[in-house]
Design a protein around this ligand. Sequence first.
Ligand code: NAD
Length: 368
Amino acid sequence: MATYRVTLIPGDGTGPELTEATRRVLEAALGTVGGSFDWDVQEAGVDIMETAGTPLPPATLDSIKRNKVAIKGPITTPIGTGFRSVNVALRAELELYACVRPCKTYPGVRSRFDNIDVMIIRENTEDLYAGIEYEQGTADAASVIEFLNGKQKKQIRPDSGVSIKPISVFGSERIIRYAFDYARANGRKRVHCIQKSNIMKFTDGLFLSVFRDVAKDYPDIDAWENLVDATCMGLIQRPEEWDVLALPNLYGDILSDLTAGMVGGLGVAPGANIGADAAVFEATHGSAPKYKGLNKVNPTAMILSGMLMLRHLGELAAADNLESAVATVLGEGRNVTYDMKPNRDDPTAVGTSEYADALISTLQEASS
Ligand code: NAD
């Protein structure tokens, strides 16, 4: 019987109540196959910032490096304090290069689309999000523009801001292999390379050419090439056609929100950030501070992030049990949070904690 040491970060805002619900449900899910967790609880976010002087204490980072697996509640990014986002810092410090976001429809979750089961695999470190930018009007921007204008016929206007879009062979191969490995390990049939290589030949074109090379190592998986604009239309018109999507950073960011919206929104959209040495699982949504302490918000996204964590740990049966319990309780529509009710003011909606209780009962009934 396996016991897993996992870093548990409650976060702030509604994070602690979502995390508590998730912790209890994950223990019940792993319990169905006789396993258990040994949580290493660590702080991050605005609450700890007041005492520790940083929203990401070194002990928290060390814990994730040691345990290699973490699940975290959302964390507020304070505006105007000079602290950078803990979420961004975690991804950078731990080199979490793959952002993984499954978008799947569950009966009982209202959405305009049915039968969607799309896996978004977004590169997390490069592209226009690498943070290399030159602000309009600065000396640096002027010298970059002057240098580039000396190299090419097409001239950049002197009053421009400039953002750089680096896409490397290393970064592309790493994410594309991750997508193919994911497809193979999870019985998926197809990996789509999403890009705009007809316009950006040396960045998106490079991403596509690496994809073609890597695809040769996975003859059992179909390799599809799709332009990002056509992908947006195709997702809406033929949502059932899409499988595992490998994307550079910017397109991945945009399409993961599009697909999250297609399956019912933030309350049910889980996520994971994966690196070679560590993995951090978290909901896509933020800390929803206006609901803090009200036992109101929907923990499904964080619980499904925990389901991804169980898969990452190799606990596939526990993950399947958890997913089917979520599908059952959402499908029944009785013991669900306000945002899952057809009318958001429905007085029969239950709280965060009671929804977790319903999942735990369902897990226990199914395994007894
Ligand atoms: P948010 O996701 O917190 O809220 C957006 C809307 O969705 C709100 O109306 C909120 O009430 C609703 N909502 C969010 N989660 C919900 C849930 N589980 N159940 C029901 N409704 C839910 O986004 P925001 O207001 O833009 O951000 C709040 C803070 O969270 C900001 O400081 C932001 O930087 C941070 N943030 C953190 C993360 C993270 O920790 N990974 C991600 C995104 C935003």
